[in-house]
Design a protein around this ligand. Structure first.
Ligand code: GLA
Length: 387
């Protein structure tokens, strides 16, 4: 992977300087969907698909960024006062640079080349992988360091304040804190986390619907607003609450008549999903894989019916997977409206799973799905040509 990136770096910027290279992973979320921005719990794992950023200094005040995937370059003027997002891939780079500068990191001019094998826009956090690898590269170029938690928060701010997507902290956190063979139980309020070994003999199988429905961004921000509306209404009865994290299902049921049906269902998803994350962690600790599967199935149903962020293609994949021997659990993963499902599958059943899912999905949708078998991988790191 590194050689092609180094070649395109030299082709663009000359061979005189050897760049440093930083690699950040995408992520898959085992359970805990749309809970992060409600101060709740999530259980993601970094995957072995990555974005690499090669960087070397320039003498002027520009960032020149070349995307190997898109064969396209962009220029960012570090002194430009008129910084605005342009709805393009380099917004993520620009946003990260802007947030680093805002937090007092003195950025030098630099040449950057980026390459990613995280499928773009498919719910596996290609944007967080880009942000985190670029942030680490820019920090190195400026001779500064930041704690990983601060890097994750800064990359989230780049997306919230610069790109305009009100995402939570899960993706950036997973890209920073990924650990080989482990899932990350993250408390999105305190940012305390625990690493949890994935069960032996089980593969993480990611199925890509290959669709991304267009309204995804707007719908995501709408869901956040609906959760906030729920908190405002429930706060009249429970003054101490600050987020849906603080509300129990019993409290929600008790105040059902204070909420519209839609807001009730949104809140019901979030509150029940938090419980499912904790139940999944318990089940994983006990090796009770049947219970893990039930939590994943309930999560998918709740996302489909109460939170309404699934789509036909995701439902088809989950239905097909659920009927196959060796499937432990299956659900949509990430923001929804297309993208991927995460499936826990017994190792010996993976080949059959792949063939059956590809055929049934094609028959139902006329689309060729893509399937990635991933292990849980490491978080952001500097790499050398030998890695
Ligand atoms: C996207 C966001 C995350 C999270 C998920 C849904 O991936 O970036 O912050 O909200 O959707 O769980």
């Amino acid at each position: 992977m590194l050689n092609p990136l180094l070649r395109s770096f030299s082709a663009h910027f000359g061979e005189s300087v050897k760049p440093r290279i930083f690699r950040a992973p995408g992520r898959v979320n085992l359970i805990g969907e749309h809970t992060d921005y409600n101060d709740g719990f999530v259980l993601p794992a970094a995957i072995d698909l990555y974005t690499w950023t090669a960087i070397a200094p320039r003498t002027d005040r520009k960032l020149v960024v070349f995307s190997q995937n898109l064969d396209e370059a962009a220029e960012i003027d570090l002194d430009s006062p008129t910084i605005a997002a342009r709805d393009r891939w380099f917004d993520y780079v620009h946003g990260v640079a802007a947030m680093l500068q805002k937090s007092g990191v003195p950025l030098p001019g630099a040449n950057l080349a980026v390459y990613s094998n995280v499928p773009l826009g498919s719910g596996l956090s290609s944007s967080a992988a880009l942000e985190v690898s670029v942030a680490s590269a820019l920090l190195a170029a400026s001779g500064q360091t930041l704690e990983l938690t601060e890097i994750a928060k800064l990359c989230q701010r780049a997306e919230n304040e610069f790109v305009g997507a009100r995402v939570g902290i899960m993706d950036q956190f997973a890209s920073c804190f990924g650990s080989v063979g482990k899932a990350i139980l993250l408390d999105c309020r305190s940012l305390e986390y625990k690493l949890l070994p994935l069960p032996p003999g089980v593969a993480m199988v990611i199925c890509n619907t290959m669709v991304k429905h267009e309204h995804a961004g707007g719908e995501y921000n709408d869901r956040r607003a609906q959760c906030e509306e729920g908190v405002r209404s429930l706060k009249r009865a429970f003054t101490a609450i600050n987020a849906l994290r603080d509300v129990t299902l019993v409290q929600l049921e008790g105040h059902r008549s204070d909420l519209s049906d839609l807001i009730f269902r949104r809140c019901h998803h979030v509150i029940s999903e938090n419980e499912r994350v904790l139940a999944t962690v318990e089940a994983l600790r006990k090796g009770a894989l049947g219970d893990v599967g039930c939590c994943m199935a309930d999560s998918h149903r709740s996302l489909r019916d109460d939170y309404e962020v699934s789509c036909r293609e995701l439902d088809v994949l989950v239905d097909v997977a659920g009927g196959l021997a060796g499937t432990i659990g299956s659900r949509m993963t990430g923001g929804g409206f297309g993208g991927c499902t995460i499936n826990l599958v017994e190792l010996g059943a993976v080949e059959n799973f792949k063939q059956k899912v590809l055929a049934a999905y094609k028959a139902a949708t006329q689309i060729d799905a893509e399937i990635y078998i991933s292990s849980a991988g490491a978080g952001v790191t500097e790499v050398t040509n030998d890695d």
